[in-house]
Design a protein around this ligand. Sequence first.
Ligand code: NAD
Ligand code: ZN
Length: 360
Amino acid sequence: LKTNYKNFPMVPRVIFGAGCFGQLGEILLPKRINSEAPFIFLVDDVFEGSGLISRIPLIFNDQIIFISADEEPKTDQVDALVQKIKNDYDNLPSGIIGIGGGTLLDLAKAVAIMLTNKGNAFQYQGWDLVKKPSIYHVGIPTISGTGAEVSRTTVLLGPEKKLGINSDFTTFDQVLLDPDLTQGVSKEQWFYTGMDCFIHCIESLNGTFLNAFSQSYGEKALELCKEVYLDDLQEDDARNKLMMASWHGGMSIAYSQVGVAHAMSYGLSYLLGVRHGIGNCLVFQHLKEFYPEGVELFNEMKVKHNIRLPKGICGELTNDDFEIMINVALSLVPLWENALGKEWRTIITPEKLRSIYQKI
Ligand code: NAD
Ligand code: ZN
């Protein structure tokens, strides 16, 4: 019997708990190669000047690089960071630590890969193109929802496409989950990034790739999302639960795939730079025919938290613009296959996608 099940990596070490950021120093110490090989901390610049920075356990020639998350990560940004690190030091770093949301986590993963692999980051966008193990890398999320802390991909905007570097070497070697770090997130961003997790669950649980592995994580994540967004939890309880929802949601799609909202959101992001969380929400609200129960729950959550999604995003677009978005969306074949089965092309046509984009 021939089988072809995926043998995918998981994060080998994780620490969870309010305040566990205080243990980062002791976690990193044994991973330090020597005093010349620094740890590089890539940190979301919202934390510049905040108390968190003084808690980063810097020693020897370690370096903090602040990076804005205003734009989604790009392949040339990764290349520039790698070049800077190579210029600044004679030795390869002991490790890369990403502190922030999905943007910073993805940058940390990509930089860790590109420090040991030749060429430019865009050459590795795709599936299993990375040849050499990356350097040690640690993910420390400060906002919950994307699942980037557990996934084997790093999503980058390249010259030709928005696509992940999907590889066994992408996954973090260590993740630190400290729910207290998510305290400063604005309500809108909390909703958008949290809905990324909710949509991961809906797309995974309603997909044709679903199996018991994905289902077990997806159901748990969905249950946690419902508690966080529909019940009235204590704030710290909600923070803990959303962090674990993100983790489980990410695990769920590891062995399945995302679906319609993600495929279309990639198009929006590629053409207009719309960020992942809000882009997913903008699309998902119009997907009742694909995910009826999910969209109903989404609307309930939106109302409960007084979230108003922007309108008219695609109002001024030209035919060419629509074509670009539609082509990006249609190129994500595994997502459509998961959402609608092998015959998805009979359901999803360029006209169909255009009619949905026009509502946004
Ligand atoms: P983000 O990193 O884009 O950050 C969103 C905003 O929240 C930013 O303004 C950031 O500065 C702010 N922020 C983050 N933490 C904060 C805190 N504690 N206090 C105050 N402000 C804070 O957000 P995201 O939604 O987590 O990530 C989106 C990115 O993740 C996209 O680039 C997307 O492609 C990627 N993504 C990756 C995967 C993966 O598996 N690799 C999965 C889903 C999404
Ligand atoms: Zn997502």
